[in-house]
Structures are given as C-alpha cells and as structure tokens.
Design a protein around this ligand. Structure first.
Ligand code: GLC
Length: 450
C-alpha cells in the first residue's frame, strides 16, 4: 500500500517536469486537464520547493541547480512601472516556457489580483542553502553571479521603508495566501521566511572583508527579529491575560502596551480554545493590531527554523494535539483557524467567493503543508504526531487524486474549485514519508533547520 502510494506520487512528479533547452528546469503547479486557472501550468517558486526537496533527497540535483540559476537570471525580466525604480532583488512568483521555447516570468504583472511575490526570493535563498548542504556543491552559491544575487536580495529585503519594528512590512497576499485575506502588514509567514532567509544568507555569503559589514547587519537583524517574534507574536494564557487587562493610550518610552492594543480586540473564540499547556504565534502584529488567527505555515516554519524557543515549539505541538480535530481533522493541514464569515468575510476578502468560510485560504485544508508539519514535529521530538498525520494523508490523497485543497470545518470535502493532480500535494507526502522512513533523508532534514 505504501509503495503504490509513493509510486503514484513519484509518477505525478515525473509528469510535471518542465524543460528548457532540453534541460529539466522546474515543475508545473498542477497536472489536471481541467485546471482551476491557466497559471497552474506554470512553475511557481514556492510550489517548486517541495519538488526540489524530493529531487535533492534522491540525489537528482541537476534540476535544482538549473532552477536556482534560471530564477536568478529571470530577475532581469522585471518590468519597471513608470516613475519607479527597479527592485533588483525581487524574484518572480512563477515562470513558464512557452511554445517558442521562451522562458517568461510573472512578477505579479499577470497574476490574479497583481499580488507581489515577496516570498519567492526568501524561499530561493532557503533552497540554495539546502541545495549546497545536501549536494555538497558550494561552487554554485560561491560563484560571482550567485554572490551578487544574494547581495541584491539582502539589499532589497533589508532596505528601510516604513518599518517601526524588526518585522518585515508587506502588502496583502504576498505569499502562499496570494489573495486578499487580511494578511498585509506583518504576517507571521513572511517573518518566518525572512528569518530563514537571513540565517541562510549568513552561511552562503562569503565571509570576506567586503562582506563583513553586510554580514554583521544580517546577523543583527535576524537576532532582533527573533527576539521580537518570540515576545510580541507569542500567545499563551498568561499573555492573553496580560492583553485582557492592558491599559491603552500610553504615550512615551515607558509604555507597556507598546502597540496600543485595546483588549476588546480579543475574539470570542479564544477563551476556551487555547489550552492552559499550549500556545502559538499569532498571525499578525502591528499598531493597534493583533490577528489572533492561527496560521499553520508560519508557526511550523518558525519551529523548523528555530525562530521559536524550544519550549514554544513544544507548546505549538501541544496545541495541535489538543485541537487535532480542528487543525488536522479529516486531512492535514488546516491553513488557518478559524475562518472569517459574513460581513467580516465580505470586508476582509473583498467578497471573494473562492475564499468563503472554511474554503481555500479561508480555513481550507492544504495537504501541501504536510512536509512542514512533519519537519516541525521531528524537530520538536513529536514523531508520533507526524506519523498520525501522514497515515491519514496516505489513505486519502491517492484515492482523491491529489487535490490541491479540501473544504469544510474538518476538511472532509474535496475543495470545490481545487485542481486534482496538484504537484505539491504529492511531493509533500513523499518528503514526509522519506523523513520518517529513510535514515538517508537525515541530511535533508539538517539542511532545513538552523
Ligand atoms: C494558489 C495558491 C498559491 C500557489 C498557487 C499554485 O494561487 O494560493 O499559494 O502557489 O496556487 O499552486
């Protein structure tokens, strides 16, 4: 049973490979004749990450180095808006190879909603480190072209814009949730990826005289970001009690409630939902703002990359254990909890019918997140929980033809507008299976943690 499932996942992965000038260069997002949208035929940077991890695990490193090189070069295709300066470190959301063998990138200029792909360069740097460690080939990262690319990314992501905290400020829909979903400002997922990127860059940038100042800045920023997230994003019952009794309108340097949070923003569902032995990182923090929703990917990446303390990592896993039916349910993993509904949904999403309550990004279940759950569970010493989640996925995903996402409070329904044969659904299961069963995959695990 296990073999047939991984065989069929591998078959799907193989069928998804895109070639450029005869060389493998990426994988399409989905291989479904009835695609939900045309751009799923493209190679998305974030969707390719789990594909790349499977390739790296199998020693198939060529496609990964081709991908890393191509994406780096695609930066040159960015169109500048009139009156704007080009953001040289920006990487595209996706690319395609057209019928004339041209490779064409999308920087959000064609994407639905014209969203900005902030996460692409963050993932690219994290993948470059994983590639260097698992393949043993550091010459790619140390080449002039790549060193230049790494510096451009750092220049863009460390540039001051209108920050008032060490967290990074982004527009709505700038990462996996690439639609309007109230995730502008300082969303957790971006902070986790930003931290992973900075830690990767610290290892990838050559430690020479020319880089010493930049390396010192990278180190400092990753440290201040980490302290900030551990304090301001963390929520457990003790912290909730503090917020509940906050005084507001404090002016000046002595303020305790720095962000002027009014206790009334605490949502009703939190009391009784948050167990006394658990906690998690909230979804977003800003002036007068805490988004209390639980976002799976941001929390799990934070565990994997060591953005949380070990104790916080344990407590997040305890939350998963206590709220298994809501956060895992019928199929791992719920993207965020809880969904927004009614008027709040209309205002937050712009009345987006794909993101109605308990569907798609608004509380749907995404099997593509399973590999991160497995990695985080292993890091926190909770193999038992990883195994439990993988068993559910093994049973269900091939039977349902590898859906992109599921709907419903517990995820019992195949997503109404989900693609079938979604590649990162399959690759996520392969990685999870290998991490649990194959001791050789340990080097991949080590290439993902700090
Ligand atoms: C959807 C998802 C996005 C993903 C893309 C391709 O737009 O929201 O995260 O990269 O599909 O699968």
């Amino acid at each position: 049973m296990q073999h047939t499932t991984t065989d069929s996942a591998y078959k799907l992965l193989k069928s998804s490979v895109i070639h450029y000038k005869g060389e493998p260069i990426g994988t399409v997002a989905a291989n479904d004749p009835n695609l939900a949208s045309k751009n799923y035929q493209e190679c998305f940077i974030r969707d390719f990450i789990p594909s790349a991890l499977v390739f790296l695990m199998d020693g198939n490193t060529e496609i990964v180095s081709n991908f890393l090189t191509a994406v780096l070069q695609l930066r040159g295709q960015q169109k500048t808006m009139e009156g704007h300066e080009i953001a040289e470190g920006l990487m595209p959301a996706s690319f395609e190879v057209d019928e004339h063998s041209n490779i064409i990138a999308d920087f959000g200029d064609r994407a639905i909603g014209r969203v900005a792909p902030v996460d692409s360069a963050l993932w690219w740097m994290i993948l470059l480190r994983a590639y260097s460690i698992t393949s043993g080939d550091v010459s790619l990262a140390h080449s002039n072209e790549f060193q230049k690319g790494i510096k451009m990314i750092l220049k863009l992501y460390l540039k001051e814009s209108f920050e008032t905290s060490p967290a990074m400020l982004v527009p709505d829909g700038s990462f996996m949730i690439d639609r309007r979903m109230g995730v502008h400002g300082h969303p957790l997922e971006i902070q986790s990826l930003f931290y992973g990127m900075l830690r990767s860059a610290q290892e990838l940038l050559l430690p020479n005289k020319e880089n010493s100042e930049l390396l010192a800045i990278v180190k400092k920023r990753s440290q201040t970001l980490r302290s900030y997230v551990r304090l301001y994003y963390w929520l457990d019952l003790q912290r909730l009690n503090e917020i509940h009794r906050y005084k507001a309108e404090e002016f000046g340097l002595e303020a305790v409630n720095l962000l002027n949070i009014y206790p009334d923003i605490i949502p009703d569902w939190i009391d009784g939902w948050l167990p006394s032995n658990a906690g998690y990182l909230v979804g977003n923090v800003g002036p007068g703002k805490i988004d209390f929703r639980f976002f799976a990917l941001g929390n799990l990446l934070a565990i994997l990359f060591g953005l949380t303390t070990d104790e916080q990592a344990q407590q997040i896993m305890l939350l998963y254990e206590a709220r298994w039916d809501q956060l895992i349910g019928q199929i791992p993993l719920k993207i965020l909890y809880p969904a927004v509904a009614g008027k709040e949904w209309a205002i937050m999403t712009g009345a987006d019918p794909k993101n109605v309550a308990w569907s798609y990004h608004n509380g749907g279940h995404w099997p593509s997140l399973l590999w991160v759950f497995t990695g985080a569970a292993l890091k926190a010493g909770r193999e038992d929980m990883a195994r439990r989640a993988i068993d559910i996925a093994f049973e269900r995903l091939p039977r349902d033809c590898w859906p992109e996402y599921y709907d419903g409070k517990t995820g019992s329904l195949i997503g109404r507008r989900a693609n079938l044969n979604q590649i990162w659904t399959a690759t996520s299961l392969i990685i999870s299976h290998q991490l649990m069963e194959n001791p050789d995959s340990l080097s991949l695990f080590e290439a993902l943690i700090f």
